[in-house]
Design a binder for this molecule. Structure first.
Ligand code: AMP
Ligand code: MG
Length: 441
């Protein structure tokens, strides 16, 4: 674990979350007994082990994490290949130009017929076609001229051996690893796997994640609701976020704040490798989640994190090693908790390094106000570009952790490790993009 003692020593992409975190679990940052972000992250990282592997069609593997190396099933290119439309020649015949050669045949890409070139001959060839035996250069069509005799071509520029020819195996040799695990596969990696001849790739199984919203006050959007109810915004939001991060998410619906109902659904939820509950983690009389999960064998390791929002976050481990997250119900609180910690669990079970999300640094477009709370803070923000192309971040207008519409104006979270300290316009700040999938190792 990197100890962040100052912004200057934070490696590129690493975010300084807390200004002075306690680095080991089991100890708290303050008298309220809160666990630091880094200490909770260390616990999750230790528990999040990669799961099984599956074979998927290469074209369907976007976003999956590679579990086995992809090796070239042949040299690439598999034959000496013409790289231009023009004439295949023996370079020695066209060492000086202009010179006239006898045109023998034509070869387009995909033509399997063997061809042979004798001294003084040229073969009309297209990009991608195998070179005829005996030829060692391609003269591009623009450097040739027709002659009155259609069976001859005039080479206008001298040719060098190897010119416009990709030699067999020049890019990659049979058996060479073209992709090495673990790595997130994106469109570019899919090109490499397919070029290597792999119709299927071996990837880590998507971690199964069960997500449940809890609260008597919740009604699904689109359904009828009573006077005191609000729509469940966190369920659909975190389902989407979990899928974006690569989990196989089952949304278990809105569960009432009743012990029996909660218990029954949590027994089902514990079939998954990652269990995420929303709401019911605080000190209210109907906050039943910690107690019900404990009765089902969950050992809570953390309850209360030194961050804002997200203080009531709980983390524990189920009887079969399930990673269990109890997130608070406020929309921004649970969103931040998911983006930081559930994200780590998904990555770890997917075969990637389980670490707090890396961010990018952007200049503040306007000053932030001081707040009295010293907890490291996360605020909805918009990450965009200044006219000179550098990244800038604009804090979104939001009404606090209970405001889902402020979140709706954001595409990123602004990290304020010193909590409430005011920051001047132009200050470089760490920013966590919300919906960027970071491909690569
Ligand atoms: P709780 O953590 O259960 O005390 O809930 C904190 C606040 O978040 C309350 O105002 C809830 O109504 C609200 N809330 C809880 N769950 C959700 C949800 N799934 N969608 C939207 N708001 C929620
Ligand atoms: Mg509740």
């Amino acid at each position: 674990m990197v100890r962040h003692t100052g912004r200057k020593r934070v490696p590129r992409g690493m975010v300084m979350y807390s200004s002075n975190p306690v680095q080991y679990p089991g100890h708290s940052d303050d008298s309220a007994g809160l666990t630091s972000i880094e200490a909770l992250a260390a616990l999750v990282a230790a528990d999040a082990r990669p799961g099984g592997v599956v074979r998927v069609a290469t074209g369907e593997a976007c976003g999956r994490v590679l579990a086995e190396a992809v090796q070239a099933n042949a040299d690439y290119p598999p034959f000496d290949k013409a790289m231009m439309d023009g004439y295949a020649v023996r370079a020695a015949d066209a060492a000086t130009a202009p010179v006239e050669l006898v045109v023998v045949e034509e070869r387009a890409a995909g033509d399997d017929r063997p061809a042979r070139l004798a001294a003084g001959q040229a073969l009309r060839i297209n990009t991608g076609a195998p070179m005829p035996e005996g030829a060692d250069a391609v003269v591009m069509i623009e450097r040739t001229a027709p002659t009155r005799d259609a069976s001859r071509v005039r080479i206008m520029a001298a040719a060098k051996p190897g010119q416009n020819v990709a030699p067999r195996g020049g890019v990659c040799r049979l058996g060479e690893a073209v992709l090495s695990p673990p790595m997130r596969l994106g469109p570019a990696q899919i090109a490499a796997a397919a070029a290597a001849g792999s119709g299927e790739v071996v990837v880590y199984a998507r971690p199964r994640l069960a997500l449940a919203s809890t609260g008597d006050e919740l009604a699904p959007a689109g359904a009828a609701r009573s006077f005191s109810q609000i729509y469940d915004s966190n369920g659909p939001s975190l389902t989407a976020l979990g899928r974006l991060l690569g989990a196989d998410v089952t949304f278990m619906g809105c569960i009432r704040d009743e012990e029996a109902a909660l218990r029954e659904r949590m027994i089902q939820a514990l079939d998954a490798e990652i269990v995420v509950t929303i709401g019911g983690m605080a000190m209210g009389t109907r906050d039943l989640v910690p107690c019900v999960l404990r009765s089902l064998g969950v050992t809570w390791k953390v309850h209360g994190v030194n961050m804002r929002p997200g203080r009531p976050i709980g983390y524990g481990v189920g009887p079969r090693g399930q990673l269990v997250f109890g997130l608070p119900g406020n929309p921004v609180s649970c969103f931040v908790g998911f983006l930081l910690f559930v994200h780590m669990a998904i990555d770890g079970l997917s075969g990637l390094a389980a670490r707090l999300p890396r961010g990018i640094r952007a200049r503040l477009t306007r000053p932030t106000k001081a707040v009295r709370d010293p907890r490291p803070a996360f605020e909805p923000a918009r990450l965009t570009w200044a006219s000179d192309g550098t990244a800038v971040v604009e804090p979104a207008a939001w009404g606090g952790s209970g405001d889902p519409f402020g979140l709706g104006r954001a595409n990123a979270l602004l990290v304020r490790p010193e909590g409430g300290a005011a920051q001047a316009e132009g200050t470089l700040m760490d920013v966590l993009p919300i919906d960027a999938i970071w491909f690569g190792p």
